[in-house]
Ligand binder design. Structure first.
Ligand SMILES: [Zn+2]
Length: 350
């Protein structure tokens, strides 16, 4: 594996997409997913599954993998002895004496390509999967701010943004400036009042002829699509809030509404009950003991985060904040493989 990492790090193949099962195996090895460190199993996270989507500035590409990559990853896991089970079957599995490791697959945000590009791959491998849906994306009332921001920075060389001291110009002409602007605004949205910050971003996008809600409609599935996909017995649906805000930063009554109303919406919008809850962002800004307690009170047994890690038997005692391993663009980009190999913890925000 070290040889492989070294090869990938050479300048010639620096941008090469990981294409072989062997390379996928190497990544799984680096995550401790083979051998004695793999625990009882793992829950994987995806967002977009689609052909490479060309745009000049693409900070969100960490959130996408190709269908071919997913196909190879599933094949590699299967060859490695992994049993594909439903997320809702995890408690029963942990109580059992089964020694074969399990893998569960989850996709956040309800992107349309989950139906067109990911489902056929899961079908081919007989792999169940859970799609975590955000009510506001489905009914067209919430925007995906990271997509809005990427579109805006691809369209204009300068934007105005108020970071709390009044509107100021933010240069976005060069790739470095776009990266800096993306980071600064992302950091602001992650720490300031999220509703207000996103409203401001949406207004600036509209000023430049971009409709944030149209982006959300383009990318995510409507109710009829969710119902059509839900006919597939491999498909389960889970809840992923109403407005996709970080819950731990909201007032308790708001956080409670975000969770309970999104759980209810899964049943009304898809016809299937929510099998689990996925915390938006999945990091400290959205998962606190308070959110976990709300899940328990609602009788929602399974909550998933974006904290990386495998599933171990002791988690059976409380499953309201299970770790997940990202199958996002991470493995297709050698820089992430190298980051993993060097032990730098990876962080996936959305
Ligand atoms: Zn999300």
């Amino acid at each position: 594996m070290l040889g492989l990492i070294k090869n990938l790090a050479s300048p010639i193949v620096k941008r090469t997409i990981i294409t072989t099962g062997l390379e996928v195996s190497a990544v799984l090895d680096s995550l401790g997913l083979s051998g004695s460190m793999r625990g009882r199993g793992a829950i994987f996270t995806l967002h977009h599954v689609r052909k490479p989507f060309q745009r000049p500035f693409h900070p969100n590409d960490i959130l996408e993998v190709t269908p071919e990559f997913l196909d190879r990853a599933l094949g590699t896991l299967k060859a490695g002895g992994y049993d594909f089970i439903r997320l809702e079957e995890v408690p029963e599995r942990l109580r059992s004496s089964a020694t074969q490791p399990f893998a569960c697959f989850t996709l956040d945000d309800g992107n349309r390509n989950n139906r067109t590009d990911a489902a056929p791959v899961f079908d081919r491998h007989g792999a169940p999967f859970t799609i975590f849906i955000t009510r506001g994306f489905i009914d067209g009332t919430s925007s995906l701010w990271w997509e809005t921001l990427e579109a805006l920075l691809n369209k204009t060389p300068a934007i105005d943004f108020d970071f709390g001291l009044g509107p100021e110009p933010v240069p976005a002409a060069t790739p470095d400036q776009k990266r800096a602007a993306f980071k600064r605004i992302t950091d602001f949205i992650s720490t300031a009042d999220e509703s207000h910050a996103v409203e401001q971003l949406d207004a600036e996008a509209r000023r430049h002829g971009i409709d944030p809600l149209a982006i959300a409609r383009d990318l995510t599935m409507r109710e009829n699509e969710l119902r059509a996909l839900g006919v597939n017995p491999l498909v389960s649906y889970g809840a992923h809030t109403v407005t996709h805000r970080g819950l731990a930063r909201l007032a308790e009554s708001e956080a409670r509404k975000e969770i309970s109303q999104s759980v209810d919406a899964v049943l009304t919008m898809t016809g299937k009950p929510a099998n689990a809850f996925a915390y938006t962002y999945g990091d400290a800004r959205s998962v606190s003991p308070r959110e976990r307690q709300i899940l328990r009170e609602l009788g929602m047994a399974i909550g998933v985060t974006t904290r990386p890690g495998v599933i171990t038997s002791d988690m059976l005692a409380d499953m309201t904040a299970l770790p997940r391993i990202s199958f996002n663009g991470l493995y297709q980009k050698t820089r992430y493989v190298r980051a993993l190999a060097s032990g730098i913890p990876f962080k996936v925000m959305r």
